[in-house]
Every structure is written in C-alpha cells, then in structure tokens.
Design a protein around this ligand. Structure first.
Ligand code: NAP
Length: 386
C-alpha cells in the first residue's frame, strides 16, 4: 500500500535528495544532534534544524528511538579516512548522525510503496539522532510487535553484522564449534544467540563481570579473557568470529581447527587510512594456509532485517540493552561506547510514540544550547535482557 505524503514531508525542501537538512522554517523544525565537522563526541550538539523530506524510494520517520554503534563513531570521527570519500572530505555531507532507528512512517517519497503512513518500522536511517529521519525503504522492516521501540532501534546494525558474520562469511554449520570474541558487546550479544539458532556449540569470550550475561543469552561455554586463554590448545574451533579485534592473527589461527574459518569483523586499531590492516594481512595470508581467513563488511539488506524480525517473533533472539539515554545525552552515550566495554546495546530515546509534535511556538529558534533542554529521563544503568 502506498503511503500518502504527510504534512511533514510536503513542507520540507521538496526534491532534497542529498544528505542535508531542509532550510529552517518556524513550523517545520525538529530537535537533532548536529555536527559541523569531524572529531570526538564534543562535535555533537543538540539543535533545532529543518526537517528532512522523503524523496524517491525513501520514507520519513518520526523517530522514537535510535541506536548507538561503532559505525556511527567512525562517521562522527571521519576515521578511517577512507570513509570520507563517501561521507564528505572535510565535514559530513549529512550533519545529523545516526544509523539505527525505530519509528513510525509519517510520509513517503513517490517511489516508496512498501510502507503505509502509521506503520511502525525499524532499520537503518539517514540521521536517526533526530525527531524525524529519512530512510530508504529497502533498509527498513516492520517492527516486531513484541519489541519496544528502544529494543527495535538497536537491532539492525549489530544484528545484521552478527547474522552475516556467522551465516554468510562464517558459513556456520550445525554442530560446529564457534568462538565469539567480544561476546558481551553490541554485536556479540546477537552473535551468541544467532549461533545457537544455527545449531552451533558456542564459546563466548568476555571480561569477568559479563560472564553471567554471556551465559544467560545461551553460550555453552564462557571464557573470561582476564584469566583464560582461548588459544591455549585445550579446544580448537571450526569458526572464530572476532569482534574484540585485539588478538594477533597468529593467536587466532592457533585456536582454529586445521581447516577452520576466521571471520575478522571487529577492530578499531587497523590504521587511520583504511582501518583494515589486520583484515588485509589475513586476506593476503589465506591462500597459504588450509584455514580460511576472511573479513566481513556487513550489508544493509531488508531480507536480513526480516530474518532478524522473524527470530525475534519466534522468541529465539532478544536485544540486550545495557543503557538508555535521552537524545541530548548522545555525546555521553558515544563516549561510553568508545571506551570499549559496553554491555550489549545503547539506546537513545527520542520521541514517545504517542507524543504529539511540539507546538509551533515551541519550535522556533534555529539553535538551542544543550543545557537549555530538559532531560526527560536519565541513563538507566540496569542491564536488561528484554
Ligand atoms: N565489519 C562490519 O561490518 C562491522 C559492523 C559492526 C561492527 N563492527 C565492529 O565489530 C566490533 C564490535 O562491535 P560492537 O558494536 O559489538 O562493539 P562494542 O559494543 O563496543 O563491544 C565490544 C565488546 O568487546 C569486549 N572486549 C573488549 N576487549 C575484549 C577482549 N580482549 N576479548 C573479548 N572481548 C573483549 C568488550 O567487553 P568487555 O567489557 O567484556 O571487555 C565489549 O563488550 C567493533 O570493532 C566494530 O567496529 C564491524
């Protein structure tokens, strides 16, 4: 059913297909995190800016929640530099950060026939740290009814990485032994659960305080990296999904069976230019060993989003949410993620599903200092396996 173009979509910069936002108008502004250049989380500020408009195959979403992920950090920092070829050389083409999103469709571009106004969706948006965001309809799926918007908002980026890392790059078969490093993090908490669904014997590697979490999501064995060495020879693995990204290749290979597969998905220390030093070395070395050494660049496919939604509906997959922040605390959330010890996923709450748009007199003003914004809720430090 084709969605009608709603009021928000009509008024904002028709024909705007680029990454920018529409010019500010008193009636069509929104609160958004905005960055004028690349850098640390200090470049993020909460501002009132013009709403985007959906064009072509895009829909416009009223954003209820958004998710933090490492890719959003890379786009914020402009590192590795190679990503600037796509995101903008000196500053982001789209000044509003945020990929993971869950919200309600409020308008649609002329070619967006997949979703109706009012449908609740999740997936990958273009600037989800805002009250409204555009999203390509082929990067969205219907929100499972059993999930809150907060849960749905942290599903796409990390869930796709886990699914594709195990099923596609890893070619995981039932009965195989898989080792997942970084098992307690955003991708890892999905990977442990999906590996179980695929019929594997799962060993998760994490720090001491998170062993209970990794056990609770289904791992058969948990190794505490402060005490245990997964490469000590006591067990070899058919597949290693390396999310922690901080083990040398030789160590990972020692833990593999002679014909095992290594999927390098994580690592933030791969160099400022490509960010993929380890991955490139692994690919170069792979032809000279029986082991298959490969890497993952996850793809944003609707079919895989629907697979994740089906796993959720079947009760086989549950997002693990470590902390929830209000939108204006996005910089704090990103600093916490960047520190490298997140427990599951981090959520930004943006607007309540039943919350009416702000009245026009509340929307005026192109810039609002962050300190002037009332915090709706504080961060919740209770980890939830929801
Ligand atoms: N290739 C792709 O397409 C793709 C897509 C998404 C993400 N990624 C990458 O995948 C990696 C993981 O992403 P994420 O979102 O899961 O990050 P995250 O949420 O920050 O989780 C990282 C986890 O690693 C754990 N960790 C740190 N050192 C460890 C070690 N030595 N052994 C085992 N675990 C360790 C941390 O927990 P502790 O407190 O237990 O240390 C943390 O929970 C990142 O490097 C990210 O860039 C790649």
């Amino acid at each position: 059913m084709k969605a009608a173009t709603g009021a928000a979509g009509q008024a904002a910069a028709p024909g705007d297909t680029g990454g920018g936002t529409a010019p500010v108008s008193p009636r069509q502004t929104m609160r958004a995190i905005v960055q004028a250049g690349y850098g640390s989380a200090d470049v993020w500020h909460l501002e009132d800016i013009g709403r985007p408009a959906a064009a072509g195959g895009e829909v416009l979403l009223r954003v209820h929640a958004a998710g933090l992920d490492r890719g959003t950090w890379h786009l914020m920092a402009g590192q590795p530099y190679v990503i600037r070829l796509g995101s903008g050389l000196r500053a982001p083409k789209n000044p509003v950060p945020g990929l993971d999103v869950a919200g309600t469709v409020v308008a649609a571009g002329a070619d967006a026939t997949g979703f109706a106004v009012g449908e609740e969706v999740f997936g990958i948006g273009q600037g989800s740290f805002a009250e409204y965001a555009r999203a390509r309809q082929d990067k969205l799926a219907r929100k499972p009814a059993s999930l809150t918007f907060g849960q749905a908002a942290v599903l796409a980026v990390s869930g796709l990485t886990a699914l594709q890392g195990l099923r596609d790059a890893g070619r995981l078969q039932p009965g195989q032994h898989v080792l997942i490093t970084g098992a307690s993090g955003g991708v890892g908490t999905y990977a442990v659960q999906i590996a179980k669904v695929l019929g594997a014997q799962v060993t998760g590697v994490c720090s001491t305080a998170k062993t209970d979490l990794v056990t609770s999501i289904g791992a058969d064995h948990v190794l505490d990296y402060t005490r245990d060495d997964f490469a000590d020879g006591s067990q070899r693995y058919d597949l290693i999904l390396d999310l922690a990204g901080n083990s040398p290749l030789a160590r990972l290979q020692r833990a593999l069976t002679p014909a095992g597969t290594l999927v390098l998905a994580g690592g933030e220390d791969g160099g400022r230019w490509t960010g993929m030093g380890r991955q490139i070395r692994a690919l170069a070395h792979s032809p000279f060993t029986r082991q298959r050494l490969t890497m993952l660049i996850s793809r944003q496919r609707r079919a895989d989003l629907e697979t994740l939604a089906q796993l959720i509906e079947a009760g086989q997959l549950t997002p693990v949410i470590g902390k929830t922040y209000p939108l204006h605390q996005a910089p704090d959330a990103m600093r916490y993620l960047q520190a490298g010890h997140a427990r599951g996923k981090l959520v930004l709450t943006v607007t309540g599903p039943d919350e009416p748009p702000r009245a026009p007199d509340q929307r005026a003003g192109a810039r609002r200092p962050e300190s002037a914004v009332t915090a709706p809720v504080g961060p919740c430090s209770r980890p939830e396996l929801l």
